[in-house]
Design a protein around this ligand. Structure first.
Ligand code: CP
Ligand code: NVA
Length: 303
């Protein structure tokens, strides 16, 4: 049966750690003659219905380095953008390429694509989940000098959005502790929380950033208005006052805590310049790790 990667829980704990281990190997081999080209002769479609910088770059470069050809499509230039059914797009893509990376709005669109695709589908971000980002984030935690990934204490400060959901699912697979501080009305989805708790996740949702930050070894946040929520930006700005990750917030976490942000970031909104550009920030390693982890994922999924 074709495997897909729509959320982190599409991997077992063993598979997740194997992908993260392989990402380290591929990082070490990058640019050497020993770097593998397991996808030689294949093609992977990378389809965007929303903007992207990192996802596009890291998948295009990574697919090329694995020996395959990336074919990037923006929905505004395709029949998808003119209403061709997702089911027909899935059937058609499966006749041309050996895998599909898809960034879209509703997660149901990804599920529909996967249902009708005979080649692996990878979630490049949906309104509900951003799992490829979490692979990079977990690799970055493992590279730090703090506790092992399954012993980490992660604080999420801000919106209960696609990134927050992916942290919740990841907590259930990787085993770390997670506390999310979200303003009223912006908490994560109850079903995502319930499903993760059923899988054994240790997740708390609290109202005040201080409650999540106490003793955290990893602090993460994201924009207050995600793609597709541009109209709500003003209203969200008010609701998220007090949820900035600044030096005072970082001081509540463990003294060697690291700061992560999927990027793009808004300095002075969800994070201060002093934090994102400071000594505890790992955001550039995190962005680089998109490349290594996605290569490991594609090697595992597509070969
Ligand atoms: N973090 C992330 O997915 O960035 P892009 O939106 O630039 O792809
Ligand atoms: N939550 C953000 C993540 C961007 C990578 C968004 O969906 O726009």
């Amino acid at each position: 049966m074709t495997r897909h990667f729509l959320t982190i829980s599409d991997l077992s704990r063993e598979e997740l750690f194997a992908v993260l281990d392989r990402a380290e190997q591929l990082k070490a081999l990058r640019g050497t003659p020993g770097h593998p080209r397991p996808l030689e002769g294949k093609s992977i479609a990378v389809v965007f219905e929303k903007a992207s910088t990192r996802t596009r770059l890291s998948f295009e470069v990574g697919i090329h380095e694995l020996g395959a050809q990336p074919v990037t499509l923006n929905s505004r230039d395709t029949q998808l953008g003119r209403g061709e059914p997702i089911e027909d797009t899935a059937r058609m893509l499966s006749r041309y390429v050996h895998g599909v990376v898809y960034r879209t709005f509703g997660h149901d669109r990804l599920e529909a694509l996967a249902r009708f695709s005979t080649v692996p589908v990878v979630n490049g971000l949906s309104d509900e989940f951003h799992p490829v980002q979490l692979l990079a984030d977990m690799m970055t935690i493992r590279q730090g000098t703090g506790p092992a990934l399954d012993q980490a204490r992660v604080a999420w400060i801000g919106d209960g959005n696609n990134m927050a959901h992916s942290w919740i699912v990841s907590a259930s697979v990787a085993g770390f502790e997670l506390a999310l501080a979200c303003p009223p009305g912006y908490q994560p989805d109850e079903q995502v929380l319930a499903d993760a708790r059923k899988r054994g996740a240790h997740v708390r949702v609290v109202d005040r950033p201080e409650e999540a930050l106490e003793g955290a070894t990893v602090v993460s946040t994201d924009v207050w208005a995600s793609m597709g929520q541009e109209d709500e930006a003003g209203e969200r700005h008010g609701a998220f006052a007090g949820f900035i990750v600044d030096e005072a917030a970082m001081a509540r976490a463990a003294s060697d805590a690291i700061f992560l942000h999927c990027l793009p970031a808004h300095r002075g909104e969800e994070v201060s310049a002093a934090v994102i550009d400071g000594a505890q920030s790992r955001v550039w390693d995190e962005a680089e790790n998109r490349l290594h982890t996605q290569k490991a994922l594609l090697e595992w999924l597509v070969v």
